[in-house]
Design a protein. Structure first.
Lengths: 109, 113
C-alpha cells in the first residue's frame, strides 16, 4: 500500500516563528487533507488540497501531486498551534484513506 | 450543531466484556468510517460504510463488528475486549468515497483493564 511519511517528526518553536511541515507519499493520490489534532485529541480539518495552494489566515498549504509531496506552512506561530499535524491521502483504493506519521509541534511562549 | 458525534467520550471496562460505541452524523454524508488511534498516535482505518453497505474492512479481528442502521449512523460493537483494544476510536464521514473531505467526531477513549 501507499506510504505516507511526514517530517519533521517533532518540532519546537518559539512563539512568533514560522515553520514548514512536509508530507511525502509514495504513490499518486486522489486527494489530500491536513489535520490538526489539538492537545485535547480533537481532529480539526485544516485543508482539503489534492493539488495547488490554499491559504487560511496564518496557515497555507501546497500540494505538488506530480512530485508526491505536500507542505503546510505555519506563520507567526501561537501556543494554540501546538499539537500533532497529520496529512491523510486517498490513493486509488475506493474510500481508503491513509494517514501520515504525524508531526508533533510544540510552540513555547 | 455537532456535525459528527460519538458516545460515549470515555469508556473504561474489564477484559472480556462486550461494549458498543455509537456514531451519528448530521451532514447528509453517504460514507462513514471508523479509525483507531494507538498510543503512538498512529491513525489507521478500520471500516468504511457507504449507504449502509460495508466497503472496507482492514484486517480487523472478528470481535469488532460495525453496524449501520441508516446512513447517518455507524456503530461499533466490540466483543470479548482485550488489553490491546485500548485506544482512541474515531468516527468520520464524507460526502462520497475516500475522494472527498472527511470530517471527524471527537473520539472515544477506550481503556480495557
Amino acid at each position: 500500500g501507499i506510504q505516507v511519511e511526514q517530517s519533521p517528526p517533532d518540532l519546537i518553536l518559539q512563539e512568533g516563528a514560522n515553520s514548514t511541515l512536509r508530507c511525502n507519499f509514495s504513490d499518486s493520490v486522489n486527494n489530500l487533507q491536513w489535520f490538526h489534532q489539538n492537545p485535547w485529541g480533537q481532529l480539526i480539518n485544516l485543508f482539503y488540497i489534492p493539488s495547488g495552494t490554499k491559504q487560511n489566515g496564518r496557515l497555507s498549504a501546497t500540494t505538488v501531486a506530480t512530485e508526491r509531496y505536500s507542505l503546510l506552512y505555519i506563520s507567526s506561530s501561537q501556543t494554540t498551534d501546538s499539537g500533532v499535524y497529520f496529512c491523510a491521502v486517498n490513493s486509488g483504493g475506493y474510500q481508503k484513506v491513509t494517514f501520515g506519521t504525524g508531526t508533533k509541534l510544540q510552540v513555547i511562549p | 450543531d455537532t456535525a459528527v458525534s460519538q458516545t460515549p467520550k470515555y469508556l473504561v471496562t474489564q477484559m472480556g466484556n462486550d461494549k458498543s460505541i455509537k456514531c451519528e452524523q448530521n451532514l447528509g454524508h453517504d460514507t462513514m468510517y471508523w479509525y483507531k488511534q494507538d498510543s503512538k498516535k498512529f491513525l489507521k482505518i478500520m471500516f468504511s460504510y457507504n449507504n449502509k453497505e460495508l466497503i472496507i474492512n482492514e484486517t480487523v479481528p472478528n470481535r469488532f463488528s460495525p453496524k449501520s442502521p441508516d446512513k447517518a449512523h455507524l456503530n461499533l460493537h466490540i466483543n470479548s475486549l482485550e488489553l490491546g483494544d485500548s485506544a482512541v476510536y474515531f468516527c468520520a464521514s464524507s460526502r462520497a468515497s475516500g475522494r472527498s473531505e472527511q470530517f471527524f467526531g471527537p473520539g472515544t477513549r477506550l481503556t480495557v483493564l
